[in-house]
Design a protein around this ligand. Structure first.
Ligand code: 5GP
Length: 436
């Protein structure tokens, strides 16, 4: 989209501590500018860091583009210049959503008996009500951004002080006083979103965003331990990630040291804080999905289907290549084909489906990519399995009987380098994991 310089300085709709939201070139867009300001303690501490606005914009645009590549919808449209990007205009949902992999910050104040950095196998999602000047809908609160605890049994939600143990306090604001679940967002077509009802959608999206960024940062030698997101409703009435996600939004560790705003909160030198923001922006330029492939090999066109569905492949967003050649009957053609297919996309996993004697071990001896064989005849002829299990030396083939487990095994291997596949696998797993 071509935007004139006049439009780039459109009317200010809202100005916060670290960003300015301007009217966009049409009714459905806004321009988001990141400022050079850095603040902590609800504005009690304030400084200017030259270049911060541009680094924040680089980081946030790269986050949004990665999420888009991973199929997670968000409000980002395009970057306009160093400090500005164009976004869909959304009706903002008044929650700050915090997702945690480890306990730090306010979580430790609520659970002082836990160790700093306590690991959570299942991501924890917390909702904080967004307030301005400790007010919300005409109600005055003792703190900014109180913690929201949903009471499912009674379809209610209560507000708590976020910096004190929950078990040691009563809610200072109960939904019997004001029905939070009836708080609604009027969308463009006149329908309503009830905040209480949309929290599962928000919660699941927030987890997915975390998982994508968790893996992406792992690949760049960093550990993401928590972050804060905000969602909005766009002009298609979809709930999408809508606020900036930058080095102010998360806690990101490298060898135990903070690469984020915590360094500023803890009184670090401004030049050191600036260097962390610069590095984060520079690293974010390397965000993106690798080119990978799943090779599905059958020894004969007659071999049974692989047993998993095309939509599994679509969910994981993985390219696949299907080959049917018998390494016994056409060894040269099989050899040449597997070499070429891997040369085209070196980051591959090979799954071999075949009856009777095992083509998988034979292929595994000729390639450097992980090979999994699925001896499809095992139910009728259990002895067939032995030719896949007792293999000669230098024949590193894994044998898995259930086709779907073979597929998931291949996804686990690809997930090591792929934030989207990692997100898909881990999201499913975490539905059944528990925290302790
Ligand atoms: P905590 O609740 O532990 O203080 O913060 C959890 C996470 O959310 C941290 O990564 C923190 O940086 C982020 N966070 C909390 N409140 C805000 C906020 O008002 N603005 C931004 N940008 N991030 C926040």
């Amino acid at each position: 989209m071509d935007i004139s310089s006049e439009e780039k300085v459109g009317e200010i709709l809202q100005e916060g501590k670290t960003k300015i939201i301007r009217r966009g070139p049409d009714d459905d867009t806004v321009i988001i500018e990141s400022k050079n300001d850095i603040t902590a303690g609800d504005g009690a501490k304030h400084d200017i860091i030259e270049g911060k606005g541009a680094w924040a914009t680089t980081t946030t645009c790269n986050v949004f583009m990665l999420l888009e590549e991973c199929g997670i919808e968000n409000a980002f449209i395009q970057r306009l210049n160093d400090t500005d990007f164009l976004a869909e205009k959304c009706i903002m949902i008044p929650y700050e959503i915090v997702v945690r992999r480890e306990l730090h910050g306010s979580a430790l104040k609520r659970e002082p008996f836990q160790e700093k950095g306590h690991y959570l196998p299942q991501l924890r999602v917390e909702f904080f009500l967004k307030t301005a000047n400790r007010q919300w809908e005409g109600n005055k609160f003792p703190v900014e951004d109180p913690l929201v605890i949903f009471n499912d049994a009674q379809d209610m939600a209560d507000l708590y002080l976020p910096d004190q143990p929950i078990h040691a306090q009563d809610p200072f604001f109960a939904t019997s006083q004001y029905p939070l679940q009836n708080d609604e967002i009027l969308t463009k077509d006149g329908s309503f979103y009830y905040l209480y009802n949309c929290r599962n959608v928000i919660s699941n999206q927030a987890r997915k965003v975390f998982l994508v960024l968790e893996k992406q940062w792992q690949l760049l030698g960093r550990k993401l331990v928590d972050f804060k997101l905000e969602f909005g409703v766009n002009s298609d009435n979809k709930i999408v990630l809508a606020d900036v996600v930058d080095a102010d939004s998360w806690r990101l560790l490298k060898d135990g040291c903070h690469q984020d705003k915590q360094a500023y909160r803890d009184g670090g030198e401004l030049s050191e804080v600036a260097e962390k923001y610069r590095q984060t922006a520079e690293l974010s330029e390397r965000f993106g999905l690798p080119e990978q492939q799943l090779i599905i090999w059958k020894a004969s066109q007659e071999d049974k289907g692989c047993g998993f569905y095309k939509n599994d492949l679509a969910d994981f967003g993985i390219e696949y290549r299907s080959v049917a050649i018998s390494p016994h009957k056409e060894p040269v053609r099989a050899y040449v084909t597997i070499q070429k297919v891997i040369q085209e996309v070196p980051d591959s996993v090979l799954i071999v489906y075949c009856d009777r004697n095992s083509a998988g071990p034979t292929l595994s001896a000729q390639v450097t990519v992980p090979t999994v064989t699925v001896p499809t005849s095992w139910r009728d002829f259990p002895d067939d399995v032995w030719s896949s299990l007792r293999t000669p030396s230098e024949t590193p083939c894994a044998t898995i009987l259930e086709p779907n487990n073979a597929f998931l095994h291949a996804m686990q291997i690809l997930a090591i380098r792929n934030p989207k596949i990692y997100m898909e696998l881990r999201f499913r797993q975490e539905q059944r994991l528990l925290n302790y």
